[in-house]
Design a protein around this ligand. Sequence first.
Ligand code: A2P
Length: 283
Amino acid sequence: MTAPTITLNNGLEIPQIGLGVFQTSPEDTERIVRYAIDEAGYRHIDGAKVYRNEEAVGRAVRASSIPREELFITTKLWNDDHGRDRALAAIDASLERLGMDYVDLYLVHWPLGDPAELAETWLAMEEILAAGKARSIGVSNHLPEHLETVLGVGTVVPAVNQIELHPNLQQLELRELDAAHGIVTESWSPLGGTARPGDPIRNAILANPVITGIAEAHGRSPAQVIIRWHVQNGLVVIPKTTHEDRAAQNIDVFDFELTETDLAAIAALENGVRVGPHPAEVR
Ligand code: A2P
C-alpha cells in the first residue's frame, strides 16, 4: 500500500502518510524504517536532528530496495541552530549524518521567542533551498505571529507547517491560516502522542469510545480510524510506531471511508488538550 500525494506550493509532491521516528532508538529506527519502505509501502519518513537517529534513517534508506529519489525525507533544524551561520552548518551536519545530498523537506522545528532571530533563520532556510540541500523548506509549531515573521521577511512561502494535531486538538484556525497562504498542514502526534503506561491524557484518544465505536463499525482499528480522519481532512500525517504490524496497519487506510456522521462525531472530540508543549512556551 502506498499513500497518495499532496502537491506542495512549489509543485513537489508529499506522500500523505509518513512514518514518524520521534522517540525511536537508532536500532529501532533502522529496523522500522527499512520495514516501512520495503514491506509496508511507505515513501515518506519524518525525522529530526533532535531525535538523534538521522544516521539510522540514512542506513535504512540505503539498504532499502527503493531509489532515494522515490522517497520523501524530512529533517528539522533544532533550537540551538537558529541564526544564519548555525543554520547553514546544521543542514550540512544533518546531510552528513543522513548520508544524503539533499532532504526533501527541511523544517524549522520550533520558532522560539525572538522574531529577529527567526527572520534570520528563515533567510538561511531560503539559502539552503537555493543551494539544493533541501528541495522544500517549511516550519513546525508556528503560530500566526511566527508565520507573519517568516512571510514578512522571506520570498519563499513555507511549504508546510507541522503542528500538534489530533481529534482532541484539531487546530481549525491555524489550518485555515496555513491554507490561506498555500501552506500544507502536517499533523504531529496524530494519534494523540506517545502512549505511556498510566498516562490518562496520552492514552485517551485511541481508547476513546467514539473512536473505538467507529472502528468497530468499519472493522478497522482505532488508529486506522484516526489516521483516516487526518487523510479525509486533507492533512499530511506522520504516525510513529516501532511495531511492524502497526506500521503496516497505519498506511492501510485507503480502502474505506468515514461517513459524515463519523466525521462529525470525531469533530466533537475537540477539547484543546495538548500532549506536547505550547509553541509560545518553547524558548
Ligand atoms: P508504539 O511505537 O509502541 O507502536 P503519535 O500520535 O505520536 O504518532 O503516537 C503514536 C503512539 O501510538 C505511539 O506511542 C505508538 O506506540 C502508538 N501506536 C502507533 N500506531 C499504533 C496502532 N496502529 N495501534 C496502537 N497504537 C499505535
